[in-house]
Design a protein around this ligand. Structure first.
Ligand SMILES: CC(C)(COP(=O)(O)OP(=O)(O)OC[C@H]1O[C@@H](n2cnc3c(N)ncnc32)[C@H](O)[C@@H]1OP(=O)(O)O)[C@@H](O)C(=O)NCCC(=O)NCCS
Length: 202
């Protein structure tokens, strides 16, 4: 069941955000209609859909599978029924493959998962008309503020320096490199401690 949690801040110089609503969606809701979120993804990555990163597994299948995982949550910015942006993730379980192949090889304790330790942030996107109004920051801080895990982890394509910079501003630190799925481009693995949360960004 989705839940309205806040209305994005309205400022005179941020007219495109004035009509946005921020809503949480749980796994059952996303699994019931993954196409809605997949379409937004395909618009944002329209120029790069031929890359394995964006089509293997197909995004709708990926969303469906992720939505069924423990601790799944998606925080969306909506303009009416239009998806302006979203961030989603789930809680890593003891048998997760999340850290497999991370280079340099991490200590066993670093990659130990107990089903409560880490939220894997799988996707963050903001559609073009709503970019550069700090909506990405608002989504990430709103999403992480409600998590109970001790840390968050995410993967950023190695060439995506703009997004790496964004996540650095969101408090994440790079811990290594990996190829998340066979055939994908190398990705940076980034991690943020959630036990000492900075004040929410607005
Ligand atoms: C990354 C993304 C979510 C950021 O969304 P956003 O709401 O525009 O981000 P914010 O407003 O919080 O941050 C904007 C800041 O990012 C930087 N930035 C954003 N786009 C930039 C660009 N094309 N070139 C340089 N800097 C850029 C700037 O520092 C900017 O601040 P400024 O506008 O004050 O100069 C959005 O660009 C996006 O969806 N990108 C495509 C999807 C993607 O790559 N997602 C990450 C997958 S891991």
């Amino acid at each position: 069941m989705s839940q309205s949690v806040e209305t994005a801040p309205t400022r005179p110089d941020q007219a495109p955000l004035a009509s946005l609503r921020i809503r949480r969606h749980d796994g059952s809701e996303v699994a019931a209609d993954p196409g809605r979120w997949a379409r937004a993804y395909e618009q944002v990555y329209a120029e790069a859909l031929d890359l394995s990163d964006h089509n293997d597994p197909p995004i709708e299948e990926r969303l469906q599978s992720h939505a069924e995982r423990p601790g799944f949550g998606l925080l969306a910015a909506l303009d009416g029924d239009t998806v302006a942006g979203y961030v989603y993730g789930y809680t890593l379980q003891p048998d997760t493959l999340w850290w497999d192949g991370l280079t340099p090889s991490p200590a066993a304790e670093f990659v130990r998962e107990d089903g409560r330790r880490t939220v894997g942030v799988c996707e963050l996107l903001v559609a073009a008309p709503w970019r550069r109004f700090h909506l990405g920051a608002t989504l990430v801080s709103g999403f992480l503020a409600e998590r109970t895990e001790q840390r968050a982890a995410a993967l950023i394509a190695e060439t995506n320096n703009v997004v790496l910079g964004r996540y650095s501003d969101y408090g994440f630190t790079r811990v290594g490199t990996m190829e998340p799925y066979p055939g994908w481009r190398p990705h940076h693995m980034i991690v943020r401690d959630l036990t000492h949360r900075p004040a929410a960004t607005t």
